[in-house]
Design a protein around this ligand. Structure first.
Ligand code: NAD
Length: 485
């Protein structure tokens, strides 16, 4: 395991609010610092929206909605496709910005941007298929139609772990359906979302259709959700904040799509291809330093192969090259902020105190920035915090099981239900796992569950609604029955 020392720069030239098509810079407002989490250095100043700015954004989004809903789905798709092309063309520059503000390796940033471009394209095309239907009437002279229309202006809030994909899903979903949107990306990773806005603007998006604001998240969500202008909210983040926003949405009877936390189980049967399971699990676990809502975090491994699995997993984890995301050889970057590093260390101390066996890692790295060593535990009791709280970091816990039904019961025991994974080459086991695991997304013999064409969303406390797939569009549409005699 190694860490980088020298860091090239190349962050966004100017951080800004976008309100009514105008840019408001950090010189014009109170501002806060944005940091490179791999060094702790300040890399930019972000302006904070005033209450007047929020009022202006609401008025703008109302104008934007009138304009965008009147734009044909065909023309909306052209804008989204062009924006996708521009994101692909700019992938090197935006990728660098993403890595500098978030910490993940440059390759991961570029892959995230390619996936974001895919989402723009998919949503543009899917908007062209927002079909209604004709329902037979009770007399020949009656025509009954069911129309699908955009729900209205959307308020959306996105986190710092995927600074391109999470704003991308919300922007593209709303725009594809014909909605305007006010987006509040994370204040910790603002420049990537602004780069997506630039791509949309350069692709021909009219003024007022997208507003971008930053500031105090609770104040902004409270203000926007209190306005009758906003008809839908979309949030990605923690369960606690999701529940709070669901309550605010209920007060105004607004639609809500909530993509919240998870604690994904991985069940490794004794009928699995062990090498494949280890290799894929290590790569999925430490992607984005584990700060992924669908990150595998609880490994239940059949007792016959548990020791072998743990040794191989820990060996692979300890050989990962940890460093600045812009260093070419880096395989895992820093955590995105100090809160995450400290939270992971708390979980580690708790697991150790309760008798867990530490195989590798277990401490922050003694360097500037918020690095934490890839960490692997076994023998952790079921009531340890790491097996109950979403870890959201580079920590894996491996637990043996004897019967598949026992592993499924353990997998389902938590209130989360976002992603789950399993490895087995037995068809009957695959079917049983697919049927009985309580999760919105299940990957068997692989971790590929999140693509533009697939619905992405959770069950239980992991939230409701989907982004992506044909289901994604649905959240931005209302259904209207029109009968004519
Ligand atoms: P947090 O829960 O306070 O913040 C998560 C995100 O929500 C941030 O982007 C923040 O700006 C936003 N937010 C917070 N309060 C808000 C409000 N009242 N209105 C609107 N937006 C609000 O804390 P955090 O330290 O950033 O993250 C803590 C935990 O959140 C993580 O450990 C993880 O479990 C979860 N999380 C989940 C995801 C995900 O993809 N589902 C992403 C980031 C964080």
């Amino acid at each position: 395991m190694t860490t980088a020392t020298t860091v090239p720069t190349g962050y966004a030239k100017e951080l800004r609010l976008i309100i009514g098509g105008a840019s408001i810079t950090a010189e014009q407002r109170r501002s806060i610092a944005v940091h490179d989490p791999a060094t702790g250095a300040e890399i930019g100043r972000l302006p904070i929206a005033t209450d007047d700015d929020l009022r202006d954004a609401l008025a703008s989004t109302q104008r934007g909605f009138a304009r965008w809903r009147a734009t044909s789905a065909y023309d909306r798709a052209v804008v989204l496709r062009n924006a996708a092309r521009l994101i692909r063309e700019r992938v090197d520059a935006i990728g660098r910005i993403l890595t500098l503000e978030q910490g993940k390796p440059l390759l991961e940033s570029k892959l995230e941007l390619q996936a974001t471009a895919d989402i723009f394209e998919w949503c543009g095309e899917e908007g062209r298929r927002a079909y209604g239907r004709v329902v037979p009437g009770r007399s020949e002279s009656v025509r009954q139609t069911v129309l699908r229309e955009p729900v209205g202006p959307v308020a959306s809030f996105t986190p710092w772990n995927f600074p391109a994909i999470t704003p991308g899903r919300k922007l593209a979903g709303a725009l594809g359906a014909g909605c305007s949107i006010i987006i509040k990306p994370s204040e910790e990773t603002p420049a990537t979302a602004l780069a997506l806005f630039d791509a949309l603007r350069d692709a021909g998006l009219p003024e007022d259709v997208v507003n971008v604001v930053f500031g105090d998240p609770p104040h902004i969500s409270q203000t926007l959700l209190a306005s009758p202008v906003i008809r839908k909210i979309s949030f990605t983040g923690s369960i606690a904040v999701g529940k709070h926003l669901a309550r605010l949405a209920a007060d105004g009877m607004k639609r809500a799509t909530l993509e919240l936390g998870g604690h994904a189980p991985v069940i490794v049967s004794d009928k699995a291809d062990l090498n494949r399971a280890v290799k894929m699990s290590v790569s999925a676990k430490f992607r984005n330093a584990g700060q992924v809502c669908v990150s595998p975090s609880r490994f239940f491994v059949h007792e016959r192969i548990e020791k072998q699995f743990t040794e191989a997993f820990a060996a692979a984890a300890s050989s990962l090259r940890v460093g600045h995301g812009l260093e070419e050889k880096t395989q895992m970057g820093s955590l995105a902020n100090e809160r995450r590093r400290d939270a992971i260390h708390e979980l580690v101390l708790d697991a150790s105190k309760r008798g867990g066996t530490l195989h590798t890692g277990g401490s922050p790295l003694d360097t500037p920035g918020f690095f934490y060593a890839p960490t692997v535990f076994s023998d952790v009791p079921g009531d340890a915090r790491v097996l109950n709280d979403e870890p959201f970091g580079p920590i894996a816990v491996i637990t043996p099981f004897r019967e598949l039904s026992e592993a499924i019961a353990r997998a389902n025991a938590l209130p989360y239900g976002l992603a789950a994974y399993a490895f087995t080459q037995d068809v009957a086991e695959s079917i049983e796992l697919g049927n009985r695991i309580e999760a919105g997304m299940i990957g068997i013999n692989q971790f590929g569950i999140a693509f533009a064409e697939l619905p992405f969303g959770g069950v239980k406390e992991s939230g409701y609604g989907s982004e992506g797939g044909i289901e994604g569009l649905d959240g931005y549409l209302i259904t209207k029955t029109v009968t004519v005699a």
